[in-house]
Design a protein around this ligand. Structure first.
Ligand code: SF4
Length: 53
């Protein structure tokens, strides 16, 4: 399961690294979609550790 927690600052990096699992919401923050092979790479690139796998 993929989750973005409330610390997300909306930088967009996770969406660039892994669009299969993340998308930007109308609130300007990332939202999780479904698990995928690139989700861990997105977790590693997040500057505020907002991604939980
Ligand atoms: S990389 Fe982290 S801070 Fe940036 S949009 Fe994704 S979840 Fe938010």
């Amino acid at each position: 399961m993929v989750k973005v927690n409330a610390t997300c600052i909306g930088c967009g990096a996770c969406v660039v690294v892994c669009p299969a699992s993340f998308e930007m919401g109308s609130d300007g923050k990332a939202h999780a979609k479904e698990s995928s092979d690139c989700a861990e790479a997105a977790k590693n690139v997040c500057p505020v550790n907002a991604i939980e796998l």
